[in-house]
Structures are given as C-alpha cells and as structure tokens.
Design a protein. Structure first.
Length: 126
C-alpha cells in the first residue's frame, strides 16, 4: 500500500515528486529545502536558520500523518559547504531527543534555489 502525503504546513512539491510517501509502516520524506511554506521564501540566510526550517518542514509533514521526529530512523543531510556541518549539527540536535536516527551528510556542488542545506528523512510508524 502506498499513500501520498501532503500538508500546507510544508512547501508544496515544485516538481514531479511528493512531499512524502507512506509505504506500509515507513514514511519517506522528500528532501526539504528551507522554504517557509507561508511565504515561499527562505527562512533565513544562514545555515542555522535554514537547517531549522528544513527540519521544521519534515516535522510538519510527519505530523500530518500523526508522527513525530521520534519516528525518524534515517536522515540524509546535503550541505552546500561542509564547513557548515558544526552549525547545522547544533540545530539538528535540538530536533531529536534520546536516540538519534542514523544519518549521512554530504557536501554537494549546488542545491535547489541555492539553498545552503537540504534534508530528507525516513520514519517508521510502529
């Protein structure tokens, strides 16, 4: 069973993809750039503000399915500049209590709309 998830509390998909897909007990959240869904603009110009918004978008998508960040089992963080890792990590840590999900982080050449960060997540609904 596959279910497309969508909420107005996160940016709408801007291409041929879904905000998230639920497949049985797994939710696959598409990469979230730091767009504020209310304005369509970046939530800020620095890595801390952009990380916070990307994770807030993930949190809101999960909430639309009755899930929380505690359900996240894996994330992938794409950074425009790996030197932003520490500042990103400081904000990232505030979104997870207790056991943190598995994670990979990469520097990439460019991100959509020249974002500084994009984060995707996989959650498990028990």
């Amino acid at each position: 069973m596959k279910k497309v998830l969508s909420t107005k509390n996160a940016p709408a998909a801007i291409g041929p993809y879904s905000q998230a897909i639920r497949a049985d007990k797994f939710v696959f959240v598409s990469g979230q750039i730091p767009l504020d869904p209310a304005t369509g603009e970046f939530a800020g110009a620095d890595i801390a503000a952009q990380t916070r918004q990307s994770l807030t978008n993930i949190k809101n998508i999960l909430a639309s399915e009755g899930l929380t960040m505690a359900n996240v089992v894996k994330t992938t963080v794409l950074l425009k500049n790996i030197s932003d890792f520490g500042a990103m990590n400081d904000v990232y840590a505030t979104f997870f209590e207790g056991d943190c999900p598995a994670r990979a982080a990469f520097e990439v050449a460019a991100l959509p709309k020249a974002a500084l960060v994009e984060i995707e997540a996989i959650a498990y609904a028990e």
